[in-house]
Design a protein around this ligand. Structure first.
Ligand code: HEC
Ligand code: HEC
Length: 282
């Protein structure tokens, strides 16, 4: 980004209420239920402008950070419990529950860290939501769940929790390579009335403050994330949508091609960070 652009974006951010004071304890270590998480690590080689990647957790204030260290205090775990109820619930014309075929969610250990990924039989990039809905419609004869709604996000939290602590390891070559390029393009494309790109905030300006909010790198290794702001789990696409609205852009469709490609690209920017779901954020 040119010097002029940096100044320009900097003044836009000030207008939005950003300032450059830093509050968070940047050296804090995240240990969840005794398990250490990788929250800062050398950036993957496909990231051109960042040396170190950092979990959004490292940008939160102490009180928010500590909520994620103890499962009894993590409000996201309530939704994991709800997800487990749904896991065992028989639904659809075939009278099956997830548990009828997957006795224990622990069989999905590692899955979160490689999603989204190419699905050969569908000939498409799949997010976790696609796996859930494919099993619901094909295996259970049940209605698909709505992306970003509580039942979907709770089931995804159950699946994602099985990978907690494992490093994100999304594949970016092979069949997904052209989609990764589209995602990258979207990350750097300015949109909306404020004419800003994801990168203007999450790459050029992470570390600064917006009101009480410390701007992070916009990583998704903690998703689904419990947000104190809306007191529920938030999906990856819902978060993308929120950020687009904040810059007064028309958000892409949740579950649509743009957000799918963006999810792949943003996930790959976190390769090496532990999967933290369900994380706790502002
Ligand atoms: C009738 C059996 C059956 C039921 C019920 C079922 N699944 Fe599946 N599931 C499968 C089979 C078989 C596969 C592997 C083939 C595929 O992906 O379709 C699978 C694959 C998956 C995968 C991908 C696993 C991987 O490592 O690639 C996920 C995630 C999943 N199921 C979640 C669920 C959830 C959540 C439910 C309940 C909403 C559910 N399944 C219900 C049979 C079932
Ligand atoms: C005007 C600045 C701005 C822009 C532009 C912006 N965001 Fe954000 N974003 C924020 C703020 C503020 C937060 C909340 C604090 C934080 O985690 O950074 C946030 C949070 C996030 C988070 C949650 C991170 C976590 O650890 O929970 C993700 C993911 C994210 N943004 C992705 C994006 C994507 C993708 C785009 C482009 C479509 C984008 N953002 C554009 C300001 C922005």
């Amino acid at each position: 980004m040119s010097f002029f652009n940096k100044i320009f974006v900097g003044s836009l951010l000030l207008m939005l209420g950003f300032s450059t004071v830093s509050l968070a304890d940047e050296s804090a270590k995240l240990v969840v239920e005794g398990q250490p998480m990788i929250t800062r690590v050398k950036a993957p080689s496909h990231m051109e402008n960042v040396d170190e990647i950092r979990s959004g957790w490292t940008f939160r204030i102490k009180e928010t950070q500590s909520l994620q260290m103890d499962d009894f205090e993590n409000p996201g775990m309530i939704f994991v419990d709800k997800g487990l109820d749904l896991w065992n619930k028989v639904e659809g014309s075939k009278n099956k529950a997830c548990a009828s075929c997957h006795d224990d969610a622990s069989e999905f250990k590692g899955l979160r860290t490689v999603m989204p990924r190419w699905n050969e039989s569908a000939n498409a990039l799949w997010s976790l939501e696609d796996h859930v809905n494919n099993c619901r419609t094909e295996q259970m004869g049940a209605e698909p769940l709505k992306w970003g709604a509580a039942p979907m996000d709770s089931l995804i939290a159950v699946i994602s929790l099985q990978s907690r602590g494992m490093p994100m390891n999304v594949k970016i070559n092979g069949a997904v390579a052209p989609l990764w390029e589209i995602g990258k393009e979207l990350f750097y494309t300015r949109v909306g009335q404020l004419d800003m790109a994801c990168s203007n905030c999450h790459e050029d300006n992470y570390g600064i403050m917006i009101r009480a909010d410390h701007l992070s790198q916009g990583q998704i290794n903690g998703f689904p994330a419990y947000r104190l702001k809306n007191a529920k789990l938030n999906s990856i696409h819902a978060r993308f949508k929120g950020c687009m609205k904040n810059i007064r852009a028309t958000p892409y469709e949740v579950g649509g091609d743009e957000f799918r490609a963006l999810e792949l690209y943003v996930a790959s920017r976190g390769n090496g960070l532990s999967s933290e779901a369900p994380s706790v954020r502002n």
